[in-house]
Design a protein around this ligand. Sequence first.
Ligand SMILES: Nc1ncnc2c1ncn2[C@@H]1O[C@H](COP(=O)(O)OP(=O)(O)OP(=O)(O)O)[C@@H](O)[C@H]1O
Ligand SMILES: [Mg+2]
Length: 287
Amino acid sequence: MIIRLENLNYIYNPNTPFEKKALDDINLSIEEGDFVGLMGHTGSGKSTLVQHLNGLIKPTSGKIIIDGMDITSKEANLKEIRQKVGLVFQYPEHQLFEETIYKDIAFGPKNLGLEEEEIHKRVKKAMELVGLNFELLKDRSPFELSGGQKRRVAIAGVLAMKPKVLILDEPTAGLDPKGRDEILGRIQKLYEEEGITIILVSHSMEDIARLVNRIIVMHKGKVAMEGKTREVFEQAEKLQEIGLGIPQVTSFMREYKGKGHQVRDDVLTVEEAKEELINYLRRRGNA
Ligand SMILES: Nc1ncnc2c1ncn2[C@@H]1O[C@H](COP(=O)(O)OP(=O)(O)OP(=O)(O)O)[C@@H](O)[C@H]1O
Ligand SMILES: [Mg+2]
């Protein structure tokens, strides 16, 4: 287990007219190597939750254990935690500030006090991982880049810290379809090739269904649902109650089954549906 949350509560602006309970008794475990999708309506507490995981926000009450370390204790070393848990914010490009891409990505490793040579290696590797050409781009200004590229620089900056856990808060928000596919493709590859634990906050059912193996659904500051991807999407009625949907293709297969066709209704992607339909039609043809 790499992350464990126990009775976590968080209140913004306590004892003021603006008091707001954003997290309400959260209990969760995340295993090393999981790829977790964090879903929920706007305002359900997703960003508040992930900011607790690298010590950026201190809980009002409750425990946060990261890789065996209680980060809410007084002795907790925040620097070590931030290195272990890399958080890419919503709209991270707003936090680029150095005059070159190299310097921006090197910022975190430099703060760790690493040697120049190691920093160089890490920046190069991080740029490769997000698909940015090192030689071509390292001395350019991050502000000359496209929206999707800027975001990849921000992700590279976090990867250069070599975190065990990578948290991405809505990494595709506001990008065009091409930029979105590029980022998601890179994230998937990172997961497959680097064995890193990933938490992906997303509003897109399709992306979640395609990428992750576990889902956490937040609703009004609570964990409303939690489980394997397929198990969660099988509970379409519960998701609908919360006001969230299921992937379009899953919904189509459920309807098709409802009309008397003997097909699986737990498919998550277009590819799976295609395969299932071809098999079904073959079975029917042979009958
Ligand atoms: N800095 C803040 N001060 C006061 N209240 C806040 C602050 N940030 C968030 N909140 C409130 O806390 C609740 C949870 O917000 P949070 O940003 O965690 O939700 P979210 O699930 O990330 O939403 P979104 O999908 O819009 O990003 C909301 O009611 C929000 O209005
Ligand atoms: Mg948010």
